[in-house]
Ligand binder design. Structure first.
Ligand SMILES: Cc1cc2nc3c(=O)[nH]c(=O)nc-3n(C[C@H](O)[C@H](O)[C@H](O)COP(=O)(O)OP(=O)(O)OC[C@H]3O[C@@H](n4cnc5c(N)ncnc54)[C@H](O)[C@@H]3O)c2cc1C
Length: 460
């Protein structure tokens, strides 16, 4: 039998099963036709979803869980082989503030994630530092328990629209290109990939030069033997970095060493590299940023090993699977949250999430970080209208790229807040489908009662 015959046999069965749906490849077992189509296999789901969530970070997971909890048939799509987004792929840790003056601001599903982590001894006592490997497994279990259809290793490609509606979206994975349909789509890519493809206007970066917050490649170091906690370590390592910068021994834009505890003894998490002037929505820039991020990681690790005694037996055990991207597109929605809204602690009749986190802008072009705090004990609210995009009626935003200014985005982007935004998007999608109304026509006050009253009850 020739090699060509063999290939025909392998390709004869062109029907795949995804969650009970038969997928037609549209191609018979004919090698020629595949070659003519550039070796791509086009597939179509024989079914449709109520809600399709694109992106499995903190926002996407909570969006999918909320929609499923409310009885929706949900598909969750993630390009990596695990869920968690920046919390796992980016090694971002810990969860930033979700309470102020004893008032808990976190959402229900985020709290459930914390509970699961705690049960696995994968959360510190204060509830902020977590084990990113355990988080992957916790999220798998939570999603599968809710009977959500999960497609990992699957990348969103493009939205097909008809007027103001998304008709379908195409995805790509090892099986080929898949087309799926849903009543409501939730963009949880962090970057607004789906919204931008569907034609929703967006902004990028700060006013004036559109520069975005810098990227950071996070890493973990084991075997640190200094007897210092993370804060003391920061104070010990920062002068070493600054002196090396002054002598021209290292080329790192950051002004200090940002280091956090982990749950493992002697293992520290570093969020300290800084890659400026690169766009998180450019394939070429992301490539350059990853390479520059690794250069900075190894440079700073070698420096500390050479000049800080506590590092003599230390090993660099992990760099993140992907560089940390703080800011890309911000999708235009029915309300744009401003820095003033954040700093004045504004409250809204259609609030869906609450936060006390400061404005936190890492210099997009060099050293320095701007931190502006809210009044002691105060918090601001995020209105539902900021997750309802302009121009596309069956889409909601369930991640950091909601409608906000550069300044407001720097505050609301933290994981507990994005989790609450995702939960709100999933809940709103289910209300819209159950009541047969557009997401834009939901009564935000009802949503507020559903999402935030519960928080008040849990806080007491
Ligand atoms: C360096 C850095 C440090 C940070 N520090 C902290 C911190 O200490 N504490 C804190 O609380 N927050 C921190 N943050 C902020 C926080 O991590 C993110 O803002 C948050 O994770 C955003 O959640 P998300 O779900 O919107 O997006 P992400 O976490 O980015 O998740 C998006 C998901 O969508 C997937 N995706 C993207 N595009 C596609 C596509 N086209 N097709 C399929 N899947 C796709 C991605 O793989 C990812 O899993 C930090 C962020 C960075 C970058």
């Amino acid at each position: 039998m020739s090699a060509t015959d063999n290939s025909k046999i392998l390709l004869r069965d062109t029907e795949e099963k995804y969650y009970g749906f038969s997928i037609k490849t549209g191609i018979n077992s004919n090698l020629d036709s595949i070659h003519k189509k550039g070796a791509r296999i086009y597939m179509d789901f024989d079914g449709a979803y109520d809600v399709a969530v694109i992106g499995g970070g903190p926002g996407g997971v909570c969006a999918a869980l909320a929609a499923a909890k409310n009885g929706m048939k949900v598909l969750l799509v993630e390009r990596y082989g695990f869920l968690g987004g920046m919390a796992t792929a980016g090694l971002v840790n810990p969860f930033m503030a979700y309470s102020t003056s004893g008032k808990r601001l976190s959402s229900e599903i985020f709290d459930q994630i914390l509970q699961h982590l705690a049960l696995e001894n994968a959360l510190d006592e204060e509830g902020y530092v977590f084990d990113d490997e355990v988080l992957k497994s916790v999220l798998d279990n939570m999603v599968l328990e809710q009977k959500i259809d999960l497609l990992l290793h699957t990348t969103f490609l493009e939205a097909q629209t008809d007027g103001a509606r998304i008709e379908s979206v195409t995805l790509h994975n090892k099986s080929g290109i898949i087309k799926i349909r849903a009543g409501i789509y939730i963009d949880a890519t962090g970057d607004g990939d789906l919204a931008a493809s569907a034609g929703v206007p967006f902004e990028v970066g700060r006013p004036g030069d559109n520069a975005c917050q810098p990227m950071t490649l996070c890493f973990k170091v084991a075997g640190v033997d200094s007897g210092l906690n993370a804060l003391q370590l920061r104070d010990a390592l920062t002068p070493i970095l600054l002196e090396a910068k002054m002598r021209g021994d290292v080329d790192q834009p950051r002004e200090d060493v940002l280091v956090f505890e982990t749950l493992q003894k002697g293992v520290f998490h570093f969020n300290t590299t800084r890659i400026t002037g690169k766009s998180g929505i450019s394939g070429l820039d992301l490539t350059k940023a990853e390479v520059e991020g690794r250069r900075q990681v190894f440079e700073v690790f070698r420096l500390f090993k050479e000049r800080f005694p506590g590092f003599s037996g230390a090993s660099l055990i992990k760099t993140a699977a992907q560089i940390g991207v703080r800011e890309t597109r911000r999708i235009w929605g029915q309300y744009v949250i401003s820095g003033e809204d954040v700093l004045e602690g504004r409250k809204f009749h259609d609030a869906i999430a609450r936060s006390c986190y400061p404005v936190d802008i890492h210099n997009p072009v060099g050293s320095g970080t701007i931190l502006k705090h809210l009044k002691d004990g105060d918090y601001y609210e995020i209105p539902y209208r900021s997750i309802v995009p302009c121009g596309v009626e069956n889409l909601l935003i369930g991640s950091r790229c909601i409608s906000s200014t550069h300044e407001a985005h720097s505050s609301l982007r933290i994981m507990p807040v994005v989790a609450a935004i995702g939960e709100a998007a999933g809940t709103a999608a289910s209300i819209a489908l159950n009541d047969d109304v557009l997401p834009a026509d939901i009564d935000g006050a009802v949503l507020k009662e559903m999402l935030l009253e519960e928080i008040s009850e849990r806080s007491t």
